[in-house]
Design a protein around this ligand. Sequence first.
Ligand SMILES: Cc1cc2nc3c(=O)[nH]c(=O)nc-3n(C[C@H](O)[C@H](O)[C@H](O)COP(=O)(O)OP(=O)(O)OC[C@H]3O[C@@H](n4cnc5c(N)ncnc54)[C@H](O)[C@@H]3O)c2cc1C
Length: 388
Amino acid sequence: MRTTYHVVVIGGGSTGAALVHDLVLRGFKVTLVERGELTSGTAGRHHGLLHSGGRYAVNDQESAIECIEENIILRKIAPGSFEENDGLFVAITDEDVAYLDKFLAGCETCHIPTRVLTAAQVKRLEPHINPQVKLAVQVPDATMDCWRLPMRFFATAKHNGADIRPYNEVIGMLITAGTVTGVRVRSHVTGQEYDLKADIVVNATGAWAEKVSEMAHARVPVKPTPGVMVAVRGRWCNMVINRLNKPSDGDIIVPQRGLSVIGTTSWTVEDPDRLGLPEDHVRRMFEKGGELIPAVKHAPMRAAWAAARPLIAEGGAQEGRELPRTFKCFDHKVRDGIEGLVTISGGKGTTMRAMAEATANVVCDKLGLDIPCRTKEVVLLPYWAYYQ
Ligand SMILES: Cc1cc2nc3c(=O)[nH]c(=O)nc-3n(C[C@H](O)[C@H](O)[C@H](O)COP(=O)(O)OP(=O)(O)OC[C@H]3O[C@@H](n4cnc5c(N)ncnc54)[C@H](O)[C@@H]3O)c2cc1C
């Protein structure tokens, strides 16, 4: 079924990618505008960890459940996109061991499968692990390519009729009598400015969501929360290695092809275009990563970079790691009295499909349509189909 409604999506990260895919499957005419290259925001710069939810199973169970549910769905709709290597939460100290019961209980509540391994079993699986290791818990984490996975959503959406425009930046909103009726766009390819009319505009600009919603005098409580990652030469683990403790700095190592990516830290900024790369954070990645796998401490650095999480900070003065990793979809009619504008933010790369489903449901509700979501079943085209 085709509707005559036109939806404009702003932001070509993983959330925008999954959203255009969902909306064209539901029969909408869809145009996506991205100011830079597709996935050039946070989506193309993360660790590449397909979360099992284990990381959030104790302190952020809503997010943990979203992760395990989407982990299962993504493997089904994007076969070949993941290295199905699983993850280990390793205990190095007695304090880590004391966290075990809480961790296992949290995983059970969130339906995350676990297997407890002895130190000897861990050393057999991961010969470079800290020899002080006391035990580990195996969970269904996996390695993914953070650029290619969203490109599979873009490829499928494009083949189903979505109009995807990288290097086109939204510089203003078209507003008539309190209703957003479209966006003003500047093409960085031609240098021209033009208007794009829409029945609904969706702001999927991640850490930039507040800046973009302000163009319509709307507000979203998004806190850009960067983290540093360091890639070192050498594949020092086969599985994703996490510290068995509450989330902290440098407690994840993801094997990516012939490299190991150590992450991450957490601080907040006002402007997601000015993150910087604090040197002490880079040093901390080597130190803390070295507690998990000593060899990474002296491994040659291949790259270091930062990216900003688009976290939702509502009510209270929470910062950084205390902020939930869940996502929220804001209908600005309800929130600010502004019709025609919806914002989606928060979440993880892992939960991109669920974020898109929730947002497309809001779009349908606003237009009085009842069209079911099909993205749990439709198998995605390969990433390279985007270019054909
Ligand atoms: C350090 C770190 C590590 C992480 N590790 C993982 C991980 O291992 N696994 C995982 O699942 N998740 C991870 N995440 C979370 C994940 O990266 C993000 O949740 C996700 O990438 C956000 O995607 P997005 O599409 O919402 O935002 P983005 O990818 O940032 O997309 C927003 C887009 O909007 C564009 N934009 C902004 N303003 C405009 C405008 N005016 N006009 C047009 N376009 C505009 C931007 O250029 C950008 O491309 C990590 C995050 C960080 C910071």
